[in-house]
Ligand binder design. Structure first.
Ligand SMILES: [Zn+2]
Length: 348
């Protein structure tokens, strides 16, 4: 295990892997009042469970704290507007950049602490959102007709983790339905999912018609019940981004949509849209509270929307916190330890 060097957290010398002990919340519905999880030198979970049943391997360093669990995964950020260190020092172990100039995206994609997935450029109509506003410096790629869209996505898919489609008629032209369908079909042929910026009823319908896998935001126009049911029935995930909508004035409708989607069984994912109003890089305590209290998921389900459960063999990043974050979400701001990708960061 490598030593971390982050401003707010201290490096520690480690022999082999690391053991984390405390109230162990596994993120799959199980927890152990006194539990332990052991990570190998590259950060993969070796074993976990009640402390008496999980030995600390010889030479393995142990961190003991109040609460141990998976770190946060932010499904919607724009790293052009924030520092990676600010995520990992607040317990965010993985982020997904949903719109960046390709050269920047390729650089971040190699990052290990935290892990980074990327979409590269937003695919939009020529002159469409966000190519004439915040994304004018290379954040957009134009798709014009189905054949050209196929070629572009086929070339892009091997370099990104997910494909991002932008349907924002308030800021210019949007891709036609046949172009959207070509994007999704080509991405799927290449083994990539498609996430879509669609905030209005019309654009959500266009996204679903094309077969997208995910909405990159909770829509902000009130959704009719049939459309909510259609999203849930299609198994389309919805990334929350509620805090920035609250900060920007669209919060009430977005929260109502999120509550209806959750009640219908659509999977919600925690995402902040770092780069937009009110959002700072790092764990977003307010987003978690909105999901728990305003959307009505409750604290446990809100946290489950923001993590990958602990599984043997998986390289989920883990944290040790000074309080159970379901009772005190502010515990994310100052983790005792963060272990991700073979690096252990410790608070002095
Ligand atoms: Zn965004």
């Amino acid at each position: 295990m490598r030593l971390g060097r982050r401003p707010a957290l201290l490096e520690e010398t480690l022999g082999a892997g690391v053991a984390l002990r405390g109230r162990l919340w596994c993120g799959d519905g199980t927890e152990h009042p006194d539990g332990r999880v052991v990570l190998d030198p590259v950060g993969a979970v070796v074993t976990f469970g009640p402390t008496p049943q999980v030995e600390v391997p010889f030479g393995c360093f142990e961190v003991v704290g109040r609460w141990v669990g998976p770190g946060l995964v932010d499904a919607h950020v724009h790293l052009a507007f924030g520092a990676l260190d600010d995520f990992v020092t607040t317990g965010v172990v993985a982020v997904r950049d949903l719109g960046a100039p390709p050269v920047d995206a390729m650089t971040w994609r190699a990052n290990a602490v935290p892990r980074v997935q990327v979409a590269g450029p937003l695919l939009t109509a020529p002159g469409g959102y966000p190519s004439t506003s915040w994304g004018r410096d290379g954040f957009a790629a134009f798709i014009d007709d189905p054949e050209q869209a196929r070629r572009l996505v086929a070339g892009l898919a091997g370099q990104v983790d997910v494909v991002k489609l932008a349907l924002e008629p308030r800021s210019g032209p949007v891709p036609a339905p046949a172009v959207c369908a070509a994007v999704v079909a080509t991405a799927h042929e290449a083994g990539r999912e498609v996430t879509c910026h669609a905030l209005s009823v019309d654009m959500v319908e266009r996204a679903l018609d094309a077969g997208v896998d995910e909405l990159a935001h909770t829509p902000v126009e009130p959704l009719p019940a049939e459309l909510v049911s259609r999203i849930a029935a299609a198994g389309v995930r919805v990334v929350s981004t509620l805090h920035t909508f609250v900060a920007g004035g669209d919060g009430r409708a977005a929260i109502a949509n999120a509550a209806a989607l959750a009640a219908a069984g659509a999977p919600l994912r925690y995402g902040t849209d770092l780069g937009n109003a009110g959002i700072k890089a790092g764990a977003d305590v307010r987003e978690l509270e909105l999901l728990a209290k305003k959307v009505g998921l409750g604290a446990d389900a809100a946290l489950r929307a923001a993590i990958e459960p602990i599984r043997a063999g998986a390289t989920v990043g883990l944290v040790v916190l000074d309080a159970d974050p379901r009772d005190d979400p502010a515990a994310w701001r100052h983790p005792r330890a963060v272990a991700v990708g073979g690096t252990l960061l410790l608070r002095p």
